[in-house]
Design a protein around this ligand. Structure first.
Ligand SMILES: Nc1ncnc2c1ncn2[C@@H]1O[C@H](COP(=O)(O)OP(=O)(O)OP(=O)(O)O)[C@@H](O)[C@H]1O
Ligand SMILES: Nc1ncnc2c1ncn2[C@@H]1O[C@H](COP(=O)(O)OP(=O)(O)OP(=O)(O)O)[C@@H](O)[C@H]1O
Ligand SMILES: [Mg+2]
Ligand SMILES: [Mg+2]
Lengths: 227, 227
């Protein structure tokens, strides 16, 4: 479902350049459950942004569902980002002037869903992540872990077939983390593909495959022995 | 050094109210090392903001170094926030248009330090957190864990006697987390007071005392048996 070859991402800053990703090649099948790990600054979020069609590589190719992403037109990419992929950002990226409910309902606007249906669905997902009593709060009226859960809910609201979650439990206590991991487990069991970045071994234990990055390259790519 | 009695914090939102902190009383001596834990939304960041003089309680009293904070004038509070307390925010709160170096040097401006001395000191602290090669990057040109480390460096640059760190390792891999914990250990050994919010038992293990919140109240407050 996902195939990247020789992906490279270079950031140019004036006279210096940062080689965020040097040469990444990997294949991920439908319904895999992958954990992406590695040191701070090793390129995980950069790779996730490329996989989520939120950014383009400096060189290399990306095939998603058999289609070459670099050849897609904007409307195709927008459709994929909205309908096929659910992206949980490491820094949440919520809209500050919208409530939790409105933030979560936003991806549904694109699909032409009626307002009532959008708010009902958003309510349902917010309930699922334990925020049923916080739906009218704006992001700055929420705790760090609550904002993180709104970001997670927003990623799930369109029932996407690929979940890209960048550190989804970084701000959550153990009990709430486990609730989120159960939600991801259900999504995976339903046949979808889950790729999550994490620093925590307890979280990566839920994945079936663990890919480790270092300095923009794949260091190891192995099955999770404990599953 | 820190004494709070019957602290209460209520957020009013239109017709509803959120009792973020209900009735918090505790004493923290100079040179203690405290971990503050508890579920997402239990009031940890709210309490940290009150301790850091970044917010005022709805009721209750706070004595810092023997002085009653509610009676202080703005200039006294500003001095404390700048010189006495180093605060690491859960969501970093970096200035987006300043580089990492400028962000870290900012607290030194208040103290009338020369520009060269400010940048030298900021450079030194950024080196200490492993970001010596990222000093000119702005926050959006940094990884999540790098932004977190800039926030930590900024909190340390004035050599404060009280460190309030709200989830300082949430976005860091194990190795980098341990480097940060070593820095906090050194600061503690030098006689300073460290209070850190964390969700991770591995991190709380470094503290000598663990306070757990639940629903805006102290649930447990105990010595760390393993130290
Ligand atoms: N400005 C605000 N207006 C209304 N409610 C608020 C506001 N800020 C925080 N809250 C609520 O107060 C409660 C405590 O928030 P706080 O940020 O202290 O939690 P926390 O323990 O730090 O959680 P986390 O572990 O998720 O960071 C939460 O339930 C939150 O929704
Ligand atoms: N816009 C940018 N301009 C310049 N350099 C950048 C930019 N964005 C990221 N970088 C650099 O690229 C490298 C990879 O960043 P990335 O965000 O992918 O790391 P990461 O593995 O997600 O780290 P973390 O675990 O800390 O979140 C980092 O060293 C970072 O400083
Ligand atoms: Mg990242
Ligand atoms: Mg918090």
């Amino acid at each position: 479902i996902i195939s990247v070859q020789n992906l490279q991402k270079i950031y140019i800053m004036g006279t210096t350049q940062v080689n965020a990703l040097q040469d990444i090649s990997l294949d991920i099948q439908k319904n895999e459950y992958v954990a992406l790990m590695g040191p701070s600054g090793s390129g995980k979020s950069t790779l996730m942004n490329l996989l989520g069609c939120l950014d383009t590589p400096t060189s290399g190719e990306y095939w998603l569902n058999g289609n070459q992403v670099s050849k897609m037109i904007d409307s195709e990419l927008a459709e994929i980002r909205n309908k096929e992929i659910g992206f949980v950002f490491q820094t949440f990226n919520l809209l500050p002037r919208l409530s939790a409910l409105e933030n979560v309902a936003l991806p549904l606007v694109y699909g032409g869903v009626s307002k009532k249906a959008r708010l009902d669905k958003a309510m349902e997902v917010l309930d699922e992540v334990g925020l049923g009593d916080r739906v009218d709060h704006r992001p700055n009226e929420l705790s760090g872990g609550q904002r993180q859960r709104v970001a997670i809910a927003r990623a799930l609201v369109n029932n996407p077939s690929i979940i890209l979650a960048d550190e989804p439990t970084g701000n959550l206590d153990t009990k709430t983390s486990m609730e989120i991991m159960e939600i991801l487990e259900k999504i995976h069991d339903a046949g979808n593909t889950v790729i999550l970045v994490t620093h925590e071994p307890d979280i990566s234990e839920h994945a079936h495959r663990i890919i480790r990055l270092r300095d923009g390259l794949i260091e190891t790519d192995e099955k999770n022995e404990n599953i």
